[in-house]
Design a protein around this ligand. Structure first.
Ligand code: SIN
Length: 490
């Protein structure tokens, strides 16, 4: 795949600070690679805490004017940004597929998905209401207004290089916050192009600042934001371990936090499920982005009475999946993100097979295609002593665990520190009510595998984090409530 953009100026490799594209202060750079080949696509700025501090300085200078803009004016800028994102879909999708590896068809879908958050929060910007509170004493007027929280630091993952950053930045901008952002080290090019379009749409200088950095240097750069009391909020999507680190390290300045962390989602197929629908739902949920989403089912519980039939139907669908490079229009599954990822997938599958699982489909690397390809896999006879039961595999592997009883499977589904998404298939209405109440997760798919939407609140419980993104609730995390009590009125 060659990097050919209609608008070459969307290929950015420097930091955006205070409205200017600048090198890292040390002039250091690091390579961004194509997971299909491990070849270098481009070198980008490798930032340090000096650059992180410069971004915060710019965000602090821009905050008063941006916060005081009319909500309608902020909404108009976001709408222009939305239009530009949609108009530049092909370039954004090309950058995304190059650095992340997802097939072009999925990258185009992600551009539309990310753009939907921009449009959503453009509308929400004009709906930030307060309250007049019924007075509790004569002579007093009490009211509550919502104000921007201040400077927001957004730290985003590689699996959705555009959508995750869009759904963090746009509510922040809509609420009147200014932003310092660091995209994942693996996928900075899509995020930088998005920032270039924000600039073109009229986001003023310093309102959105973005720095890039390699893994260790990124941790050091972000440490500056965690300690800086001008940064009032951190929003992060990624692993639970990193989320806990951010919570600990930002505690010194008591920042507001939104953490969207690991999932280990259960997917339950009851004996009374519509099996075709369940297989279709599982294919959508499990194999989206090659199994690399936080809401991908990781543990698939199938009732013993339908286990063989379900495995057979699923096996047929999975063996038909086409694996290949992102630019092949036939590809449905691309490479996984990097060597660490493929090694983890192989370790999980090898461990499961060593403990008695059977690879009905796949179960091996596809080295002939490139260094980071893994065959879409169905494992039968999975059990809870296997690594893939307690750790997220984050790859195209569907392990099927047999079960016999509703109470037992709900207990197993909840037997994890995580609680992001959970899915179940049944045609029994009473069971729908019972199981959806008992499952410990922030997002529940009931006879449905595709749950994501800009109109829906997205976020977890337990160690999957806190805060909600998208929906009418998604703005609250970027606002604080100020209560005003005016006396002497009688
Ligand atoms: C994620 O994997 O973190 C996000 C998935 C989604 O938005 O559907």
């Amino acid at each position: 795949m060659t990097l050919q953009l209609t608008r070459g100026e969307l290929l950015r490799t420097q930091n955006l600070i205070g409205g200017k594209w600048v090198d890292a202060s040390s002039e250091a750079r690091y390579p961004v690679t194509n997971p299909a080949t491990n070849g270098t696509i481009k070198q980008v700025a490798n930032s340090s805490s000096v650059d992180a501090r410069a971004a915060t300085d710019a965000a602090a200078r821009a905050l008063p004017a941006w916060r005081d803009r009319l909500p309608r004016e902020r909404a108009e800028i976001l709408r222009r940004w939305h239009t530009l994102i949609v108009e530049n879909t092909e370039d954004l999708a090309t950058l995304m597929s190059m650095e992340q590896g997802k097939p072009m068809v999925e990258s185009r879908d992600e551009v539309a998905y990310g753009a939907s958050y921009v449009a959503w929060f453009a509308d929400e910007a004009t709906k930030i209401y307060g309250d007049i509170i019924p007075q509790h004493q004569r002579g007093k007027r009490m009211s509550a207004v919502k104000e921007s929280v201040g400077i927001v630091a957004a730290i985003t993952p590689w699996n959705f290089p555009l959508a995750m950053i869009a759904r963090k930045i746009t509510p922040a901008l809509a609420a009147g916050c200014t932003v310092v952002a660091k995209p994942a080290e693996d996928t900075p090019l899509t995020a930088l192009a998005l920032a270039a379009l924000a600039h073109e749409a009229g986001v003023p200088e310093g309102v959105l600042n973005m720095i890039t950095a390699a893994r260790e240097d990124g941790i050091n750069a972000v440490a500056d934001w965690l300690a800086d009391d001008r940064v009032r909020k951190i929003t992060f999507t990624g692993s639970t371990a990193v989320g806990k680190h951010l919570a600990r390290e930002s505690a010194g300045t008591l920042k507001k936090l939104s953490l969207e962390l690991g999932g280990n989602a259960p997917f339950i197929v009851f004996e009374d499920a519509d099996l075709d629908a369940a297989v279709t739902g599982l294919m959508a949920a499990k194999f989206r982005n090659g199994g690399q989403t936080c809401v991908c089912p990781n543990r698939i519980y199938v009732h013993a009475a339908i286990y063989e039939r379900f495995a057979d139907l699923l096996g047929q669908r999975v063996s038909a999946l086409r694996v290949g490079p992102a630019n092949d229009p036939q590809s449905q599954i691309g490479p996984v993100i990097n060597q660490r990822a493929i090694e983890k997938i192989a370790r999980h599958v090898d461990d499961a097979v060593a403990q008695g699982a059977h690879a009905l489909v796949g179960g091996k690397r596809l080295e002939a295609l490139g260094p980071n390809y893994y065959a879409p896999t169905v494992l039968t006879n999975a059990n809870d002593s296997m690594l893939l039961c307690c750790e997220e595999t984050f790859g195209p592997v569907a392990p099927l665990f047999p079960f016999d009883d509703e109470d037992e499977v709900v207990r197993l589904a909840n037997d994890t520190p995580y609680g992001l998404a959970a899915y179940f298939y049944t045609q029994n209405l009473r069971r729908i009510d019972r199981v959806s109440r008992k499952l410990e997760a922030g997002v529940i798919g009931i006879n449905e595998g595709a749950v994501a939407s800009e109109a829906a609140p997205f976020g977890g419980v337990k160690e999957s984090g806190y805060g909600r993104e998208g929906s009418k609730y998604g703005l609250d995390d970027y606002l604080t409530i100020k209560y005003m009590c005016q006396g002497g009125l009688d």
